[in-house]
Design a protein around this ligand. Sequence first.
Ligand SMILES: Cc1cc2nc3c(=O)[nH]c(=O)nc-3n(C[C@H](O)[C@H](O)[C@H](O)COP(=O)(O)OP(=O)(O)OC[C@H]3O[C@@H](n4cnc5c(N)ncnc54)[C@H](O)[C@@H]3O)c2cc1C
Length: 443
Amino acid sequence: MDRYDAIIVGAGLAGLSCAYHLSEKGKKVLVLEAHSYPGGRTSSFIDNGMQVESGLHRHIGYYSALPKLLKKCGVNLKDIVFWEEKADILIKDENKKLVLGLAPLLGFTKTLRGILGNNDVLSVKDKLSLLPFFICGFTSYIFSTRLDNYSVTQYANRHRVTDKSKRLILEPLSSGIFFMPPENYSAYAFFGLFAPGIPKFYKMRIGAYLGGMTDVVCMPIVNKIKSLGSDFRFNEEVENVLVKNGSVCGVKTKNDNEYYAPQTVIATTISSAKHILSAFKNDGRLQKLFLLPSMSSCTIQLELDSPALKKDITTFAPGTDMVSFAEQSRSTFRQCNGRLSIILGNAKSYANKSSEEILTVVLEQMNRLGIHLDGHILNYRKISEENEFYSLDCNNQSLRPHQKTEIDGLTLAGDYTLTSSFATMEGAVKSGKKAAKECLREL
Ligand SMILES: Cc1cc2nc3c(=O)[nH]c(=O)nc-3n(C[C@H](O)[C@H](O)[C@H](O)COP(=O)(O)OP(=O)(O)OC[C@H]3O[C@@H](n4cnc5c(N)ncnc54)[C@H](O)[C@@H]3O)c2cc1C
């Protein structure tokens, strides 16, 4: 029965990274994926005739594990990424915007203009109030995880950041990225996301992908893994792990198939991992996994008859429920005349609303930003999945489980497991590589 050295559950970036690193070392793996396509939260697919994505994705210039993996799979980042050097922060009801430079070296003038300019919306006092916040935050991040006890708002209050800077700078940079309000968002996760950009300031910029994530990122990795002799089964949802003499020896799927291997890697979302491993719920050995809380995301994606925005750049809208969005008709969805992907805050409440209800809110809030979409919408979809992220609330960093477990035959992977990154594509790839290392030690 042990035709495979390892079974990997989940073909998201964590599972793909793990499968690649094992296959590269000559191990034969079987990847089981619930959906009909790879990528998970980094995917693109057709939803009832409309091309959609799991959500708006940006590549941060300092990422290294993801570009390395892509390169090994024959993909050069410069062929699939379009670089942005700035982001827009639109100010509700004021018909004004703040332009944030994001590339200290590669877009030096834009960055400088962002700091010295924007004076019609942020005063010198507002800007200076951010200095102690950032200096102390980055310093504290380097030396300890104590920052995880504070939310972004609590830390900003401690350092007397002005209300305007909190609203126009800190809100976009927290909830605009991980759809959680700054009142809850861990200051550790906040600084941790940007900290790797300091030593790699010369690489810092933000990239939009030139195509659907499954097509440009995930399929090349799948093809490489197959060429190394490993296998994939799609539409194969795993129900539970199989346990023999206390060791995990394989998995059982909803289609009633059983697969056996000396190593099983659960590389699903956190909520699926809890379900698949529910037999171990009261077993202290997976205590961190079961204690780590989760959060949801929700996006609405609009196909339009013309571009909604002049440029395809990341746009934030503090004070609205549209925490970040981007026009994508010249980047990710070039087949469309106009295309918006919008990430919503308050994801839990939106996850229960219909696409029509969400669209009504979005149209009203877009109007208040000076973006008038009435009569331009050709198609729209709500894309959401509940509890697929680990919660970036305060005090959760210490609960992220290690990839290695104390249960024989079982390894974890996924962006929620412990890496030096957070819930990002980079974190997922790193976790898969770490999981592969653990498996190789056992095989
Ligand atoms: C809206 C949104 C925007 C984002 N923006 C960015 C961004 O700009 N930059 C960035 O770096 N990251 C971004 N991310 C985060 C990034 O997409 C994730 O961190 C990464 O994709 C997580 O990869 P993963 O492999 O850990 O998990 P997933 O991608 O969730 O993979 C898990 C896989 O397991 C499968 N699965 C689940 N249960 C089962 C089961 N029972 N049996 C078999 N298979 C199963 C799932 O179908 C899925 O394919 C964003 C995510 C979302 C949702």
